[in-house]
Design a protein around this ligand. Sequence first.
Ligand code: ATP
Length: 340
Amino acid sequence: MRYTAILVPGDGIGPEVAHAACGILSAAQAPIDWIECKAGIAALEAGEKELLPTSTIEAIRKHRVALKGPCTTPVGGGFSSVNVAMRKTLDLYGAVRPVRSLDGVKTRFDHVDLVVVRENTEGLYAGIENEITQGVVTSVKVATRQACLRIADFAFRYAVHRNRKKVSVFHKANIMKLSDGMFIRCAREVHDAKYPQIVYEELIIDAACMRLVQDPTRFDVLLMENLYGDVISDLCAGLVGGLGVVPGANLGEQCAIFEAVHGSAPDIAGKGIANPLAITMSAVMMLNYIAEMHDDPSVAAIATRIRMAYDRALVEGCKTRDLGGTLGTAQFAEAIIARL
Ligand code: ATP
């Protein structure tokens, strides 16, 4: 059985790391047929009128699974974020970012194994900003009970499914009493009604940050609204080696987009030095998703082979520069392929 997936290489380091990941999947004989679609600046350069072409959205809707590189949104010119627009248009309301220590990557903490669950459609990312009068602007933070309940259920379901024990909700309800207040009330409600077996806690986000950097091993699943999820994801990436090693999935009822937590890193784009591991890990998540969706253990086995190969490559000292090594993007991909 073969499966079709959309590949959106994106901008900046996106194409370099996305193609490296596809090379690894192909060497592992993953049964994926890619359809390449454009988004971001790459779409404009290809002659599209929109940063997010309808054809790309329709292709993802049709085939339900995509691997995506980061897209750049031009600053100014009235463009809103392509990454955010894609998540909203496809209603990919749940972002999942697993953050785990890698044996070959020495950091301050061993045994970090947590998952950031981020609400992907609301909060300050609703993009409602106004200049009330000259020199005075407002940004509106949107929270709906429906979306708060939905992401809470998603996080607890994820915890049960992955045999995780605890969900910690990060919030600032002491200040944002209505929006964050509703977020935690919904999480509590869902927990008490449906998932009492999961340990549940609420932490004010500033104190939570301090605890995260003091001892991240005490955390399991973290649940939070959109902006907090963005910031905490990068913080957690820093705990295990940086943005080059943290994958992600954006999940909805109809489809899923797998993408690294990092952005398009324009400072290193085109130099062949970006770490392709985060998007490769995202591709592994994609394979596991396909395996579950189609009940196909052979695809899950390929995902495991790739994971073992990159774990081994790191342990044996094959690393890109962000991890203190010397390998370029393609060389690191080759090192993984050699260990499949
Ligand atoms: P965004 O706003 O889109 O999230 P950002 O401004 O936070 O983007 P990133 O593009 O995520 O920034 O990258 C921040 C820095 O981390 C980059 O400048 C780059 O040096 C480094 N970085 C990010 N991803 C990688 C990677 N895959 N390999 C190596 N370095 C990376």
